[in-house]
Design a protein around this ligand. Sequence first.
Ligand code: NAP
Length: 392
Amino acid sequence: MSLFSSGNGDKRSEELIMQNPLPRNSGKRWRAGVLGATGIVGQRLVKLLSDHPWFQLTEVAASERSSGKTYAEAARWHLDGPIPEVARGLIVKGLDPTLACDFVFSALDSSVAGGAEEDFARAGYPVISNSKNHRMDPDVPLLIPEVNASHLDAIPFQQKNRGYEGGFIVTNPNCSTAGLVLVLKPLADAFGLEKVFVVTLQAVSGAGYPGVPSMDIHANVVPFIPGEEEKMESEPQKLLGKWDGARFIDAGLGLSAHCNRVPVLDGHLECISVSLKKIASLNEVREALRTFEVSHELASLPTAVRHPVVVIDGDDRPQPRRDVQAGNGMAAAVGRVRECPLLDIKLTLLSHNLVRGAAGGALLNAELLAARGLLHYRVPASESQLVQPAAQ
Ligand code: NAP
């Protein structure tokens, strides 16, 4: 389901999207490339870009296995519906940073993402990454627009530090971290956070394709996901921390994570217990979550939802099958808010690992960069200059 179509019954999001203005440079869209376009996250990006009001998909790139083929030949398509027309006939390129586009999304396997993303940034491309490689770099924003848009102030520092001209790297967090931090943010703002204990039940699509062998996951739970607990214990510190003009300052939270792979297709469920700095009633906690609303700047972005946390009533919710599309897949669904005998409160949250936790999150990051004038039209070498767009 596209985030920009109106067939999903989410009335609030539809209203929001219809209010969203097109860029003021109307008629011209930024040209986007997708590195790792054949993978499970890359395919989501291709689909979301196929009817995006600001961006136009012009380039796809992947490994030597795919390059030289058309996208339709190279991609083993996992999504409902056909491969978008705009992508079918594109020739898949390699990772040479000479693509005809204004910026790139990276959905590359982490074995190659680190170097490739640096090559593109050095060649002048803004790189909006899903991969883990640069998330914790001391000069790279790890971004959830609703949480820490101010961390984009680190971009000029990064460019100076690395000698990048025009290019830079911005990353989104690990798919489990994305939902967790979206829910922690309103609690941090209203009450302050001391400690967070989280147990995840993560979908198989979080491991890419083909991911976990079917004989390991069918009718089973695997209580280990390599590297996941470390990411969940470090990334929220950066996301909820501050950029002080020269470095990121951690939030200083106590954090402990247990990560499990479960036989669910899409959607990571997380059971969390939290201790707060300020005493709060359950109603105050529910209210803080329910009323969490994005700024005017964010509300004007095509992929944004006005309320990125959706509180669901019902003792047995949220559930992946029923609730994973909350806010077009861009919201975290929260339920079971109750007292915790060990810490202060506990609740269950769910977020779409491939939308909020990957492609949709990256798209929102790109939209914020566009709105802040941080994307440029790259013109052919013969004209040899960067053209500043008239953004939001
Ligand atoms: P995937 O399905 O395995 O796709 C990997 C992509 O990387 C494919 O396009 C593949 O191209 C390309 N690739 C692999 N080796 C390459 C090489 N040597 N040179 C160039 N391209 C190469 O993985 P995914 O789940 O989409 O994940 C992509 C990235 O996003 C990973 O870094 C992952 O950690 C991150 N991420 C994933 C999720 C999720 O929920 N799945 C969430 C957040 C972040 P070929 O098809 O040609 O092999």
